[in-house]
Write a protein that binds this ligand. Sequence first.
Ligand SMILES: NC(=O)c1ccc[n+]([C@@H]2O[C@H](COP(=O)([O-])OP(=O)(O)OC[C@H]3O[C@@H](n4cnc5c(N)ncnc54)[C@H](OP(=O)(O)O)[C@@H]3O)[C@@H](O)[C@H]2O)c1
Length: 314
Amino acid sequence: MINQPGPNDPVDESPVTVFGGTGFLGRRIVSRLLEKAVVVRAVSRHPRKNKVDDASGERQSLQVEADILDPSSMASAVAGSRAVVNAVSLYVERGEQTFERVHVEAAADLAAASRDAGVERFIQISGIGANATSRSPYIRARGRGEEAVKAAFPGAVIVRPAVMTGPDDAFITTIARLVRLLPIYPLFGEGSTRVQPVHVEDVAEAVSRLALGRNPAEASIFECAGPRIYSYRELVREIAAQLNLRVRTVPVPFAVWSILATASEFLPAAPVTRNQVDLMRFDNVATRDLPGLKELEMQPRGIEDVIRMIEHAA
Ligand SMILES: NC(=O)c1ccc[n+]([C@@H]2O[C@H](COP(=O)([O-])OP(=O)(O)OC[C@H]3O[C@@H](n4cnc5c(N)ncnc54)[C@H](OP(=O)(O)O)[C@@H]3O)[C@@H](O)[C@H]2O)c1
């Protein structure tokens, strides 16, 4: 493997600390780092055992309990780390957990604590389309968070994934479930918003390389997107076709989705959220002028494998 240390390389025992290290993306970042024989600290509010078996034997991350909203626990969580990754999410605002608090203030607190601890590299996971002047509170917080992190930790690297797919994702899995279930599939608007789904494992590999200082483009922002751009309507049809199903689609205005999302956020596990609706209003594809997986010497994989896995799991 490319990043395995050679027999004469000095072994660096200082950990890479992954905040959100038990999440959909975070736990894969942890696995990719463990495969590269890196010591990893996985931080979350509900830590659990995160074991990875590989050819070199069983490796295990150190599980640390901390809350990114509690600055007093940050110093010890990041102490001695060579790199810190922030992969904490917040998709629905509840109480003191607002987009501004988590994606801007807490991200900046973590970046500042990392800087003060002498950490070499800080990687902030944001999202394609992050925009500090957006009217959407979620997209605006992602953009403002990037700026706050860069101010607190000069040299921080921002990683903006497109919508991520994987066997346990909330995107393609949901579309596949609904295609099977519904006689008519409701589109976001006309279904013309363009998306560029990226495999979560590819993003995890990219982040692990950046956390270890492999940044050939020496860039401060990377966009991680998949190999193909689909309109939402095309994506629904492609998923149905791969599942050997016929699908009839119907346009549903965004205003209707906003009402549904606002109501559904009162449920414990909201089937659709306002930030998802906001994200589906605008194209979510990589811009041409920012580096991405190619510059990290990676070949992005398509959605076919994920759909196959969903098909076999059904
Ligand atoms: N999923 C996508 O398609 C997608 C696309 C683009 C960008 N992103 C971004 O990628 C990042 C990771 O997303 P994800 O989908 O992997 O999220 P996720 O599955 O919801 O995982 C979030 C992680 O953060 C931890 N966490 C949440 N609140 C925390 C807090 N206050 N303090 C400490 N840890 C906390 C969670 O564990 P506990 O709950 O136990 O604390 C979990 O480990 C986010 O920034 C997200 O916006 C995601």
